[in-house]
Design a protein around this ligand. Structure first.
Ligand code: AMP
Ligand code: MG
Length: 343
């Protein structure tokens, strides 16, 4: 398949997105930018489109897709909304939040991964918003990476994974946030945070005081445990080289890394303030230790770069669990298959 690449210019989006809108409406696949990461989109109401998405990603078909709508009210057509959905929408939509609700029959089981629930998101990125309008249908879209690889945060990353597998890629520049959306389930008796992201747990608590955090956000899923979100059980965000996380006082981490640089071919996702103290080879600056936003922005691209290097192993800091740190922790701990060295 030949993949058309469209670079967004200053011309009106409604003109630039006519073709990608038609591709989605007629059953094709379009990769598009969102404020979180790039999404691999198809018509959410067309079972054949969802099947194509799974095939393009190489993703297991029981892992459901997120359905993107232009306005929170558009969820009415797809799901049984509850008052707390609109409270969340008022506070955080459009934005990097996905909400799980009981689905209506119009959503094919191919899109919901066979579940009786559906994930709804209303993206803030103007290109994503305009694409949904041009397509005239809700857009089902997982992250536009090959299954198991880190999510793409630039059109370059997307080309690496999806060239020849989709009809069109829209290049809208680097993703603002760089981590996938926060996922909250309102489909059960109590609201549950299934995946931390750009909207933090503390911000959500202001709207949903009883919000629980799913065990799997910070822990490995046991073999007998049922995953609340199918995506939790798959190895995810993973580089092909082993990734090891380091926990402990900064001086100990630095001396560990200096010693490793002498004895093995390692790549390091380091803090900006560590740059001058380490050998510059295979060193990836993910931002200052206190700057979680920059770390989120650079995390996946740094993992991809480290993975492309000739390193045998990758080291990174174990993030703190506060604020955006919870989302960084969740992605890194899974990319590292829970391998942590405590110093
Ligand atoms: P991605 O599209 O790559 O960001 O992944 C979407 C995530 O949303 C996956 O981890 C899915 O398991 C999760 N998800 C989508 N729909 C549902 C749902 N109905 N219930 C629970 N989790 C969902
Ligand atoms: Mg994904």
């Amino acid at each position: 398949m030949e993949t058309k690449v469209i670079r967004i210019t200053s011309a009106p989006l409604s003109e630039q997105l006519v073709l990608p809108g038609q591709i989605i409406a007629s059953g094709g696949l379009v990769v598009f930018p969102t404020e979180t990461v790039y999404g691999l989109g198809g018509n959410a109401l067309n079972p054949a489109s969802s099947k194509k998405i799974y095939a393009a990603k190489g993703r297991p078909s029981d892992n459901p897709l997120i359905v993107h709508v232009a306005r929170p009210e558009d969820a009415e057509e797809l799901a049984f909304t509850v008052p707390s959905f609109y409270e969340l929408a008022q506070a955080f939509m459009p934005g990097p939040l996905t909400v799980i609700l009981k689905k209506k029959d119009i959503v094919p089981s191919e899109t919901s991964g066979g579940l009786d629930t559906v994930a709804i998101r209303c993206p803030a990125n103007p290109v994503a918003h305009a694409l949904i309008e041009c397509a005239g249908v809700p857009i089902a879209a997982p992250s536009a990476n090959l299954s198991g690889k880190p999510s793409p945060t630039s059109a370059q990353d997307v080309l690496e994974d999806m060239s020849g597998r989709v009809d069109c890629i829209i290049d809208g520049g680097p993703s603002d946030i760089g981590l996938e959306s926060t996922i909250v389930s309102l489909a059960g008796d109590v609201p549950v945070l299934l995946r931390p992201g750009g909207i933090t747990y503390d911000a959500l608590l202001c709207v949903l005081p009883g919000l629980e955090i799913a065990h799997a956000v910070t822990h490995e899923i046991g073999i007998h445990e049922k995953a609340l979100s199918p995506g939790m059980k798959y190895r995810h965000y993973a580089p092909s080289k082993p990734l090891i996380l380091l926990k402990g006082p900064e001086e100990k981490i630095l001396s560990f890394l200096k010693q490793k640089q002498l004895s093995e071919k390692c790549a390091i996702l380091c803090y900006s303030e560590e740059l001058s103290q380490l050998n510059g080879e295979r060193l990836y600056d993910i931002g200052r230790g206190s700057d979680l936003e920059t770390q989120a922005h650079r995390l996946f691209s740094s993992i991809r770069m480290a993975d492309r290097s000739d390193a045998a192993v990758i080291y990174a800091h174990l993030p703190i669990l506060d604020g955006l740190g919870l989302a960084l922790y969740n992605r890194l701990i899974r990319a590292a298959a829970h391998t942590v060295i405590e110093l």
